[in-house]
Design a binder for this molecule. Sequence first.
Ligand code: MLT
Length: 407
Amino acid sequence: MVRVNENYLKIQSSYLFTEIAHRVKAYQEKNPSAKIIRLGIGDVTEPLPPAVVEAMHKAVDDEAKRETFRGYGPEQGYDFLREAIARTDFQARGVDVAADEIFVSDGAKCDCGNIQELFGMDVKIAVPDPVYPVYVDTNVMAGRTGANEDGRYAGLTYLEGNAANGFVPSPSGLKADVVYLCFPNNPTGAVATKAQLQEWVDWARAEKALLLFDAAYEAFIRTPGIPHSIYECSGARDCAIEFRSYSKTAGFTGVRCGYTVVPKGLMAYSADGKPVELRPFWTRRQTTKFNGCSYVTQRGAEAVHSPEGQAQTKATIDFYLENAKIMKDALIKFGYSVIGGTDSPYLWVNVKGDSWEFFDRLLCEANVVTTPGAGFGRNGQGYIRISAFNSRANVEEAVGRLAKVLA
Ligand code: MLT
């Protein structure tokens, strides 16, 4: 008799964005003429930058000729990409990250989900609330939690994010071994200052804890002085792993590519208290379970780091940020308080009521899809998240419809 992994029984039956997709599909089936505008899942709408398209075409041609054909690539990524990343994403900003500390993958979601395999089953995990569900669900699946009681899993520590702390929890008084942080934040769009991140790094070093820093949205930062990388903080190489993504940076949600930085000398501890380096563990994990991101994709990602690629991706992100500004200004005019949307593609809107009811209202009355804040945790109740990833025409149309429903 096949026994299931009982941890899956603890978890909500469907992933948040799957549940939303079901509701939207059901509505569309009942209302086939409704022109639904999707501002829910953070999925990009603008095409790949021309520099990326050109590089990928060329890479396909490489694969078409015996002399340039590539089969299995290195599981950690090709050197041409790892070197481009180290140079433009870190060294150009004065941040000490080397090419051989970068592990290319098929996306930050997978890496954020897989990384927990490196840690003991009894580590104390802390997550912010509200939180990107992947950090929580993957630890539930692995068996690091008890049951879900009232929207929270027993055994996890929740860091309270709220309007009072601007959704940037502090480590003060925290006892934990592994902490997930995400800035600019998904879902709230909040950013952490250098001083706030430095406090986390100082705390982690003092506690021999590890920060798992999700920087998937760093390319949206426009405010000077806001760190793009945790490694801008002194001492972070001793206590942090960082995740990056090409999805929102360069339109790769469908293409799939991201990377994880595991610095040399970053340690965790064995049961007898001996330090063990994590980078060889991650290398071992990836070489065993992952066969690398495709050559064509990595050539496309490499082009993101070229001068043309950098200019083109910046222009697209500026476009999404302008979408965010249009919606944020409108919602504020309608009397809602909104955070995010400045250094982030997400608006976090206080709806002064139940998240799912508000979601349903906007779906049915405005045919606009958002994401209910409650889906990101208990502290998300009373909020919705609106994504700025869409065409200008759809954003303007959505604002017009919201005006009719909300103003
Ligand atoms: C989101 O909408 O939160 C993201 O698109 C989900 C993801 O990146 O996996």
